[in-house]
Design a protein around this ligand. Structure first.
Ligand code: AMP
Length: 285
């Protein structure tokens, strides 16, 4: 497996493999099975798989966890290699952002909800780094986790608006045995918070059951999620939302799909999770 740290070496690698397909898995490192399930899909569907590891400063707000985002490149290298990645693109911040920027991207749709209001500028930073990574790596397919469903929705908009020739492949959320969505940030939970954190998923399962039993009032579902999170976690709820999917508009009973999503601040980690539900209409079974 190749470790590539410069843009020019990454371009050379792409040139060397110009006739084959490249699957690309963008990450911020501290790899876990969520990332690796995407690497596995990519290795099955492409001639080569490139994983990027880059903690992108542009997508962190001033009070966020950029400085204590976990990282261990040696550990990541071994994991990525064992899952069959062909190359890791591991640029420095200076390599990616060498000087004063002259253009800024502003995501204007699907950011007024969920993580948008509490993370101003976050999706602008994500869009910027993804445009750069796609230009540098020129992959055939890009693998994205549904755990960050709003990110998938925003990046679908980006690829469509800018006619970027890449296929987006959304991948299912991989969980711990107790239901907690795998996340690099889970290591920043205290032992007590780690016990509480599965209640994010449990509250979404409850929402799913309510919808399955015919509940169609988003407010009632949100109240149930709130009650479960307040009763069982010491964290502060950032949001719990029920919206149409993929448009992220207020949910109505006419929608085909809903997303139920939660974000909770623990002391040193903000965790998010979601569940995407098919809404059966009256008369459908
Ligand atoms: P991150 O390193 O957290 O920026 O995530 C990189 C990619 O991995 C994103 O597409 C995430 O949505 C995806 N991802 C993170 N956690 C999971 C998970 N538990 N299951 C599936 N995909 C995930």
């Amino acid at each position: 497996m190749k470790i590539i740290t410069t843009i020019s070496d990454m371009r050379t690698y792409r040139q060397e493999h110009k006739h084959g397909s490249i699957g690309f898995v963008p990450t911020m490192g501290y790899l876990h099975e969520g990332h690796m399930s995407m690497v596995e899909s990519s290795t099955k569907e492409n001639d080569r798989t490139v994983v990027s590891i880059f903690v992108n400063p542009l997508q962190f707000g001033p009070d966020e966890d950029y400085d204590n985002y976990p990282c261990d490149f040696e550990r990541d290298r071994k994991i990525a290699e064992s899952y069959g990645a062909d190359a890791i693109f591991y640029p420095s911040t200076e390599e990616m952002y060498p000087g004063k920027r002259t253009i800024s991207l502003n995501v204007i749709d699907r950011t007024d909800v969920l993580c948008g209001p509490s993370r101003p500028g976050h999706f602008d930073g994500v869009a910027t780094v993804i445009v750069k990574l796609l230009q540098i790596i020129q992959p055939t397919r890009m693998y994205l986790g549904q755990k960050d469903a709003q990110q998938v929705a925003v990046l679908e908009g980006l690829v469509a608006d800018f006619n970027i020739p890449v296929e987006l492949i959304p991948c299912p959320t991989i969980r711990e045995e107790d239901g907690l969505a795998k996340s690099s940030r889970n290591v920043n939970l205290t032992a007590q918070e780690r016990k509480e954190a599965p209640f994010l998923h449990k509250s979404l399962k409850l929402a799913e059951e309510m919808v399955g039993e015919g509940e169609r009032d988003p407010e009632v579902i949100k109240q149930a999620i709130t009650a479960m999170l307040k009763e069982n976690t010491s964290g502060t709820i950032d949001y719990r939302e029920v919206l149409s999917y993929p448009y992220l508009k207020p949910a109505t009973s006419n929608d085909e799909m809903w997303i139920c999503a939660v974000a909770v601040y623990f002391r040193h980690a903000r965790l998010i999770d979601n569940s995407i539900l098919t809404i059966t209409q009256k008369g459908e079974s």
